[in-house]
Design a protein around this ligand. Structure first.
Ligand code: MN
Ligand code: MN
Length: 305
């Protein structure tokens, strides 16, 4: 990786951190999640583009919840709010998340995933096995008396590709691959007082293009061309489509594209036993000296923990 590329990864990392700092300031009981998501996405657009819709996953919802069109959910009292943001410029991506607790009761649950992240970042070196990072994450979270969420993982990132193959598990695993120089990873430990697994709900508001074939329908193909130009293989919100073509049309066309398997939908992921879930996430570059953290959410954590 040359200096110019490194600067680009670091720059989107900074925007992600600033976006999460906004989130820490904004989140309060009773706030509509739609308002929060749109404010944060607009904030990102001042500098770059969202790499995926802002995820706001509350309490037992672990991941992949982004408000849909006309979402009326508000932040409940005493909840744990996980805000997960993605920023990209020219395909260089930062993926980062913080948990904000509206109750002091959950401080230990938050600390468990944050400390796991910090220790994972210290462990990450060229040549280290991804499984050993998972083992470190698991050990920290268990030491707090919680469980890691085993079927959610960190992931390698490459340009325009949020999930570029390799994973960083949140627990010890049988299969493992080696961390290599100049790779970019998102590390994201999840801790829970539940079962330690997520399951899918039968709904979702985040989509991604999985095929570039044409449908033969002029309207659909025009929409697809526009979506490919804007998002490529990155996830997008139904809200963003509704903004350009209207609500009803957006819903209809997305459901047709889903049936044709040209796009996929990410189902909302919830904790299997409806346990509470905390998450912290940073994006890092692997260097000879170890992890160079691009998003540095630890700078925000003084205000959270
Ligand atoms: Mn994320
Ligand atoms: Mn991620």
């Amino acid at each position: 990786m040359n200096e110019k590329e490194r600067r680009k990864w670091l720059w989107v990392g900074k925007i992600a951190r600033k976006t999460l700092a906004r989130a820490v300031d904004l989140v309060h009981e009773g706030m509509p999640v739609l308002e929060l998501a749109e404010k944060l996405e607009d904030y990102i657009r001042n500098y770059a583009s969202p790499a995926f819709p802002v995820n706001i996953s509350i309490n037992y919802v672990a991941a992949h919840y982004s408000p849909g069109i006309n979402d009326s959910t508000v932040i409940p009292p005493g909840s744990i709010v996980k805000v997960d943001v993605g920023v990209h410029k020219d395909g260089y991506i930062a993926d980062a998340a913080v948990s904000i607790s509206l109750s002091s009761e959950y401080e230990e649950l938050l600390k468990a995933s944050f400390e796991a992240l910090v220790k994972a970042e210290k462990t990450l070196m060229v040549g280290v096995k991804t499984g050993s990072i998972g083992a470190v994450i698991e050990e920290v979270i268990l030491s707090y008396g919680f469980k890691p969420v085993r079927n959610l993982t960190g992931h390698k990132i490459s340009r325009f590709n949020l999930h570029a193959g390799k994973s960083i598990p949140n627990a010890r695993t049988m299969f493992s691959s080696k961390i290599e120089k100049d790779e970019v990873y998102a590390i994201e430990p999840f801790a829970t007082d539940g079962a330690g697994y997520v399951v899918e709900l039968n709904k979702g508001y985040i989509y991604r293009i999985i095929s570039t074939r044409r449908t033969g329908d002029k309207q659909l193909d025009t929409l697809l061309r526009d979506m490919w130009r804007r998002f490529r293989k990155l996830p997008f919100s139904e809200r963003w489509i509704a903004k350009s073509i209207g609500e009803e049309k957006a819903k209809n066309m997305l459901s047709i594209l889903l049936k044709k398997k040209i796009i996929m939908m990410y189902p909302v992921l919830v904790e299997k036993k409806r346990g509470l879930v905390s998450q912290f996430e940073d994006t890092v570059i692997v260097t000879d000296k170890g992890a160079l953290v691009t998003t540095r959410i630890s700078e925000l954590v003084k205000e959270i923990l």
